[in-house]
Unconditional design. Sequence first.
Length: 75
Amino acid sequence: MDSVQQALREDIASMIGISIHEVDPAANLVDLGLDSLMLVELLFRLEQRYDVQIDAADLLGDPTIESRIRYNQIE
């Protein structure tokens, strides 16, 4: 799970132009600066990289790195 979290933090940091160290896994992704289009891009990346299906409403309902890993059992 640590490597997944690291990869997601890297994706998010590059998407919004901040340091990976500024990406708190427990932070709300919208509060970090991701807009709806960025969330859709992140959703696409997750589905492609980890072969999972994620409902966009689920991502918007609880948009944190920790919740996505836990809810979708990404490893």
